[in-house]
Design a protein around this ligand. Structure first.
Ligand code: GLA
Length: 384
């Protein structure tokens, strides 16, 4: 849906025009999984797919929400206790949480009418939640005449997700949605939030990055994510470091020897090697050698599958078949337990890889995957 169509839909829903239309993208994480909860490095880029929020401020403190794919004609109306943690669930918790987090950060905001449209596939590991949060945060602040930095928008959105929605995620997805720029991946140090835009010109190199959405829905809130995170924190404590980020790659062997059991060793090994893979991928991109990234993607997948144990049969099959049918490398992206794979392929091999993955899924009795190419799109912005 275009920004104009969004504004028209807002007018039909609420009977008055919006103050503006804002959009924020989902993301693909090229590499650096579960490193953001260990103060490490990540390398996401923004999807061309975005969530759009048309908004008008209200001075009575009410938050009225209307969603594009909502069959009901009316809106949801939140006020008072609904806008405090623990009282609102489902998709409305994201916009409500953002308004709560903005107020908690000291921004004197009234209410708003908000209409939401989304193109980011949900539950696909592509950060539809962060896109929703960032679109709403930009809409609520800019419609009220406030100008927050992109980093502050990301911080507030993460707070909403952690403390209102209740998902203990890191800062990667919200920073990607708020801060990415077209044609670049975002090299982010999640300890000090230093960031650098790294050129990612796939087409110029004759390459494509395919997303394979397995359609296996992941639910981050189900405890597995929190369990991995707690395991990493326990590993850091056992090693006497602030976070696993502080374990140097060239001292990994020593660190593993000091850990109590195989489970702890596997978690630590993943995080330490993954940080190293992010650095290597960045070095290859800086050198203009995009093809060299392929094997690092596949190595990252093996580490998430065997050590971190957040993959699933559908993700593993997509990676294996993409690679055996000509991809330069492939890996799951995002938190795992379902969701999507990214595969780096020569442009002329893209159709063959797509067909091979679809055939293998059919033969395995899995649902038909959704496969589409992505390029690095723009971060959050005002559209109208
Ligand atoms: C989810 C979280 C991120 C990050 C990834 C795993 O996307 O929201 O903060 O931890 O999982 O890398």
């Amino acid at each position: 849906m275009s920004a104009d169509a969004s504004a028209d839909a807002f007018r039909r829903a609420f009977g008055h025009p919006p103050a503006g239309v804002w959009a924020a993208p989902g993301r693909v994480n090229l590499i650096g999984e579960y490193t953001d909860v260990n103060e490490g490095f990540v390398l996401p880029f923004a999807l061309p797919h975005a969530v759009r929020a048309a908004a008008a401020p209200r001075d009575d403190g009410l938050l009225r929400l209307h969603r594009g794919d909502d069959a009901r004609t009316g809106w949801l109306e939140l006020s008072g206790a609904d806008l405090r943690p623990g009282h609102t669930e489902g998709w409305a918790a994201y916009p409500a949480g953002v308004l709560w987090a903005l107020r908690e950060a000291g921004h004197d905001l009234g209410g708003a009418d908000l209409r939401i449209d989304g193109e980011v596939p949900q539950g696909a590991g592509l950060s539809s939640s962060a896109a929703l949060e960032c679109a709403v945060a930009l809409a609520l602040t800019e419609a009220a005449g406030l100008a927050l930095s992109r980093q502050e928008i990301a911080r507030i959105c993460r707070r909403a997700e952690n403390d209102f929605v209740g998902v203990p995620c890191g800062i990667m997805d919200q920073t990607a949605s708020a801060c990415c720029v077209t044609g670049h991946a975002l090299f982010l140090d999640t300890r000090d939030l230093a960031r650098r835009h790294v050129p990612l010109d796939l087409a110029g190199a004759g390459l494509r990055l395919l997303v394979v959405d397995t359609r296996v829905k992941h639910a981050l809130a189900d405890g597995a994510y929190a369990k991995r995170r707690a395991g990493c924190e326990a590993g850091a404590r056992a090693l006497g470091v602030r976070a696993l980020r502080d374990v140097p790659h060239d001292r990994l062997g020593d660190a593993l020897d000091r850990l109590p059991d195989a489970d702890a060793r596997a978690l630590v090994r993943h995080v330490v090697t993954e940080n190293e893979r992010v650095r290597r991928v960045v070095a290859h991109l800086d050198a203009g050698d995009v093809r060299a990234v392929g094997p690092l993607l596949t190595a990252g997948h093996a580490s998430l599958r065997d050590d971190f144990r957040v993959s699933c049969p559908e993700l593993d099959l997509a990676v294996a078949v993409a690679n055996s049918s000509g991809a330069l490398g492939a890996r799951m992206t995002g938190a795992g337990f379902g969701g999507s794979v990214v595969a780096l392929v020569e442009s002329e091999r893209a159709a063959a890889v797509e067909r091979a993955v679809a055939d293998a899924f059919a033969a395995a009795g899995f649902a038909r995957p959704r496969v589409f190419p992505v390029v690095a799109g723009p971060g959050a912005r005002r559209e109208a």
